[in-house]
Design a protein around this ligand. Structure first.
Ligand SMILES: NC(=O)c1ccc[n+]([C@@H]2O[C@H](COP(=O)([O-])OP(=O)(O)OC[C@H]3O[C@@H](n4cnc5c(N)ncnc54)[C@H](OP(=O)(O)O)[C@@H]3O)[C@@H](O)[C@H]2O)c1
Length: 293
């Protein structure tokens, strides 16, 4: 109990100090930034917005034509971008991603772990459980593979690792058992790296709620290993606009934050989990019902 009180007090203290400390803004101009999952959604918009700030963007994902489209649009707009076709589940693809970046630009300043895959089904209704491995391979091992090859370069630049994660990395969430598990694993992995690599690399964990205008729901896995394309669920009004989401992520990067919750109300989750878990579960079930269709 005493430990819990200290942990909550620590979180409150950090939040208050973040409010009052005037951090120097991180300059993004000429920073070499690798973004996984740059071919659509948050990754695509983040790539374009960071390029507008002068960053050199390495766009990574599996669909070559989409990567080329994004990087051509960045270049047309006066920015710098370089597409590298990468499947983050394949270790050697991740090695080549880092190697080609360093060959071309001489350094890596930041790695944005954004590529991801979701699901929507109650566990006991899933027919083919084998796709839980795909979720782990993408959302967790994909990040591990990238970090394995990026960390030596990031140490040289005192660089940054940014993860586009979810509230489901911090709590259980109906219909998302495999997704929540993979993001919990990612959270545990990066929390550990941030201790091991303190003062060498900085970390930003982005905890996202529902974001409108991406392909995550369209590509989500359902009751078997086929996705749920025919019945994509609509977003409710509580979902965050994609541009607003990207604006807040960039603000958090520039302010050297270690954690950002989008929307902000998600920052209550750790506190609610400790003191009002039943309330949190009820809110979650309500949210799931609102998002069913
Ligand atoms: N949208 C939301 O409501 C929401 C909420 C919480 C967290 N997030 C997180 O935000 C991140 C971005 O999601 P999004 O909403 O922008 O979804 P999205 O539009 O579906 O984008 C997912 C991206 O990941 C890439 N990707 C998937 N598997 C990959 C693989 N094996 N190797 C390389 N790239 C891969 C996809 O590109 P290719 O298909 O071309 O490979 C795509 O560019 C995800 O990690 C997601 O978990 C999103």
């Amino acid at each position: 109990m005493i430990q819990k009180i200290f942990s909550v007090l620590g979180t409150i203290f950090l939040a208050i100090s973040n409010l009052f400390l005037n951090h120097q803004k991180l300059v993004l101009n000429k920073k070499v930034i690798i973004i996984t999952g740059a071919s659509s959604g948050i990754g695509e918009h983040l790539s374009k917005s960071l390029a507008k700030k002068g960053a050199i963007i390495i766009c990574a994902a599996r669909r070559k034509n989409e990567l080329e489209r994004v990087s051509n649009e960045i270049k047309k707009d006066g920015g710098s971008a370089y597409p590298i076709k990468t499947d983050i589940r394949i270790l050697d693809d991740c090695r080549k991603l880092m190697q080609k970046t360093v060959e071309k630009y001489g350094k890596i300043d930041a790695l944005i772990l954004n590529a991801g895959l979701s699901m929507w089904s109650k566990f006991d209704e899933i027919e083919d459980i084998s796709y839980f491995k795909t979720l782990m391979d993408t959302n967790y091992m994909g990040a591990v593979n990238c970090c394995h090859y990026a960390v030596p370069y990031l140490k040289k630049t005192a660089g940054k690792i940014i993860s586009c994660s979810t509230a489901q990395a911090l709590m259980g969430f109906p219909n998302h058992s495999g997704y929540a598990a993979s993001k919990h694993a990612l959270h545990g992995f990066l929390s550990t790296l941030s201790i091991e690599l303190k003062y060498q690399i900085s970390f930003l964990e982005v905890i996202l709620g529902w974001i409108k205008g991406t392909n995550l729901r369209y590509n989500a896995l359902g009751q078997n290993d086929k996705n749920t394309k025919t019945q994509v669920r609509k977003h409710t009004e509580e979902a965050v606009d994609l541009n607003e989401c990207v604006r807040k992520i960039i603000l958090a990067i520039e302010s050297e934050k270690t954690k950002v919750y989008i929307p902000k109300k998600l920052s209550l989750i750790p506190f609610l989990k400790v003191f009002f878990n039943t309330f949190l579960e009820k809110k979650t079930i309500k949210a799931i019902k609102r998002n069913k269709k």
